[in-house]
Design a protein around this ligand. Structure first.
Ligand code: PLP
Length: 408
């Protein structure tokens, strides 16, 4: 007998289960709209040309070796990552009240932040982290793994397929004072629905009134609008407003470095004469947490990002690569919308155009999603989310026609 006979069998991760089912499907026109990874117009993974250049620079650098990175990661990478997300003239950077730790991509950054909050955020025992309904499926389990329970605030309004702004605000207003609020910085996953700038200002006001702590998750900077500064607007606004906050930053999508696990966790202290002392103490504790969890972060992806972020020419080329990816996705939104309108598919499909980033919440229900899989070999998550990057000029009409069939 094993001491672990009582271990229950856990369900497989729904998204990775979907990927396996897609892979096993032998139909030649099958379509994968599940996974949140960029695909080119031939449904193939895309290595960004700027990443290829950075890789060849690394391959020819005689000074590189396989030694450990420092505990907090490659310093030139983490400082450039902070400038990228906060803006190089950010008051937090100018006033030295940011600390940055290189993490295992965005997931690791959310985890490190959650771990830090579990240990140091002063809160009543039963206080819950507020996450949007819906949110990235990993959020609740990352927090519960470190002993932080979560509860949801309204986010998506199925009737408009847009933001439930009033529900969101009143939920944050009625939450216990001083709660952690997880916010998607841009390109909300899974809905593709972001607050407008005016709405962000109101959200900031509520968070300030209630003394909540904003925790930004930013997995899609530059990937949403195609513009790095624009996609960082909400975070920069909160920093300008003097909030204490933290940011989980991923380079998986915007550099196409999914497997390299390049990310950063940033903590920003509020402006105060003691801010530098405070940030030093926080940095020292983050270093201990990091040491006990991973010792040192992985070097390869960070080195690529480091080159791209710190070299003007490579950076400019990256911006072009980003517009290519976001531009292709936007053109697929238009193509899908227009085809559904042309087919006279019942319903209003304008949300496809209004939503932003990698994903669209189509409004298709579970029954329709399963029918799409069975009848047309099209794979998407049961909540009706599609990865726009899975659409291309060769399959968008096929998809629209299949959707037309299942909603009639
Ligand atoms: N946060 C959100 C909202 C995401 O959608 C993702 C990726 O899908 C991540 C974080 C983290 O991704 P990664 O760990 O690959 O950087």
């Amino acid at each position: 007998a094993s001491s672990f006979d009582a271990v229950p069998l856990a369900p497989t991760d729904p998204l990775f289960g979907l990927m396996a089912a897609y892979k096993a499907d032998t139909f030649d026109r099958k379509v994968d709209l599940g996974v949140g990874a960029y695909r080119d117009d031939n449904a193939k993974p895309w290595i960004l040309p700027v990443v290829k250049k950075a890789e060849s620079i690394l391959a020819n650098d005689p000074n590189l070796n396989h030694e450990y990175l420092p505990i907090a990661g490659l310093p030139t990478f983490t400082s450039a990552a902070a400038r990228l997300i906060l803006g190089s003239d950010s008051p937090a950077i100018v006033e030295n009240r940011v600390t940055s730790v290189q993490t295992i991509s965005g997931t690791g950054a959310v985890h490190l932040g959650a771990l830090f909050l579990a240990k140091f955020f002063p809160r009543p025992q039963d206080q819950k982290v507020l996450i949007s309904n819906p949110t990235w499926a990993n959020h609740p389990q990352i927090f519960s793994n470190v002993g932080l329970a979560s509860t949801t605030y309204p986010y998506f309004d199925p009737s408009t397929k847009g933001l439930d702004f009033d529900g969101l605000c009143s939920s944050l207003e009625s939450a216990p004072e001083g709660s952690v609020v997880l916010l998607h910085a841009c390109a909300h996953n899974p809905t593709g629905v972001d607050p407008t700038k005016e709405q962000w200002k109101r959200i900031a006001e509520v968070i300030r009134q209630k003394k909540h702590f904003p925790f930004f998750d930013c997995a899609y900077q530059g990937f949403a609008s195609g513009d790095l500064d624009n996609d960082a607007w909400a975070i920069r606004y909160f920093v300008e407003e003097g909030f204490e906050l933290c940011v989980a930053q991923s380079f998986a999508k915007n550099l196409g470095l999914y497997g390299e696990r390049a990310g950063c966790f940033h903590f920003v202290s509020p402006p105060s004469p003691n801010a530098q002392d405070g940030i030093k103490r926080i940095a020292s504790q983050l270093a201990i947490l990091q040491r006990s969890e991973i010792s040192n972060p992985p070097a390869y992806g960070a080195r690529i990002a480091n080159l791209v972020l710190n070299d003007g020419k490579l950076f400019a080329e990256w911006c072009e690569n980003l517009s290519e990816m976001s531009g292709r996705i936007k053109s697929m939104r238009t193509a899908l919308h227009d085809k559904l309108v042309e087919l006279g598919t019942p319903g209003d499909w304008s949300h496809i155009l209004k939503q932003i980033g990698m994903f669209s919440f189509t409004g298709l229900n579970e029954k329709q999603v399963l029918k799409l899989r069975e009848e047309s070999h099209i794979y998407l998550t049961k909540n009706g989310r599609i990865s726009m990057a899975g659409l291309n000029t060769h399959n968008v009409e096929y998809f629209a026609t299949a959707v037309d069939k299942v909603v009639r």
